[in-house]
Design a protein around this ligand. Structure first.
Ligand code: HEC
Length: 103
């Protein structure tokens, strides 16, 4: 019984770390894709508008998670729901790598 719980727990931990490993996109490809995002989030990843978040230096896996949530509608913001809709998983990984690498 105890053994089984341990096995389940380590399987969960493995699954969670596999999930985190989505990081590692291509920043150069992300930069090209992020052209449409710059108007709001800033070409340097620092936004000029108080209600638009900065993305420079944000964690890669967190940004991928947010873009997925905007795309599937579980995080609601009309603008970002529309912006995330056309993004593929690799677009998201690349864009996240691009912003994460900014200071
Ligand atoms: C018209 C303005 C606008 C454009 C264009 C835009 N965004 Fe956003 N973005 C926002 C706003 C506003 C929020 C905050 C939404 C909220 O309050 O939940 C946001 C939030 C985000 C977040 C979550 C940040 C956080 O800290 O949780 C990410 C990631 C993001 N945007 C990525 C992008 C990407 C990638 C693009 C281009 C494909 C893009 N945005 C284009 C306005 C914009």
């Amino acid at each position: 019984m105890k053994r089984q719980i341990l096995a389940t727990a380590s399987a969960l931990i493995l699954a969670a770390s596999a999930n985190i490993a989505v990081a590692g996109g291509n920043a150069a490809a992300g930069k090209a894709k992020a052209a449409t995002c710059n108007g709001c989030h800033g070409a340097t990843g620092i936004s000029a508008i108080p209600t638009y978040p900065n993305l420079a230096g944000q964690k890669e896996a967190y940004m991928v998670k947010q873009m997925k949530a905007f795309k599937d509608g579980s995080r609601k913001d009309p603008t970002m729901n529309a912006m995330a809709k056309p993004l593929s998983d690799s677009d998201m990984a690349n864009i996240a790598a691009h912003y994460a690498g900014m200071k």
